[in-house]
Design a protein around this ligand. Structure first.
Ligand code: DQA
Length: 145
């Protein structure tokens, strides 16, 4: 299996961005942890981070025929982007929604997720550890599909 790990706006700043909310782990650290989990499970992982909604949409389209699943932390676009939701709906690729923080315990405006409406499931609140958990979850899901 091949998984795309797609990170949206401001996640390039992980490590220094509001560490009290998002922790001190950098995106590079997260990618290293994902590679370790992927090699243990004998799957391939690719990474893309963008601050631009259209680039994220293009990445979802381009995953067709290349990746079997996507782990998506859409950042704040989670709460606003019907376009990202439609992109996920338009490709037949299972998506696991991921957030470092528990969005349900935070401000009201973070409680709505357009991604949840089209994702297989959601992992949130486990910080950086959520990424390897999402790889495990999606690999298990693909194994049964
Ligand atoms: C986030 C939660 C979002 O509400 C926020 O806008 C982010 C990060 C998370 O990983 O906890 O940028 O997706």
């Amino acid at each position: 299996h091949s998984l795309l790990i797609l990170n949206g706006p401001n996640l390039n700043l992980l490590g220094t961005r509001q560490p009290e909310v998002y922790g001190s782990t950098t995106l590079t650290d997260i990618e290293d942890a994902c590679r370790a989990t992927a090699s243990r499970l004998d799957i391939d992982v690719s990474f893309l981070q963008s601050n631009h909604e259209g680039v994220l949409i293009d990445a979802i389209h381009d995953a067709r025929g290349v990746h079997d699943g996507i782990i998506l932390n859409a950042g704040a676009y989670t709460h606003t982007s019907i376009a990202l939701m439609d992109a996920i709906k338009s490709v037949c690729i299972p998506v696991v929604e991921l957030h470092l923080s528990n969005i349900h315990q935070r401000e009201e405006f973070r409680h709505l997720s357009y991604i949840s409406k089209v994702a297989v499931g959601q992992i949130c609140g486990f910080g950086a550890a959520g990424y390897p958990l999402a790889i495990e979850a999606l690999t298990g899901y693909l194994g049964t599909s």
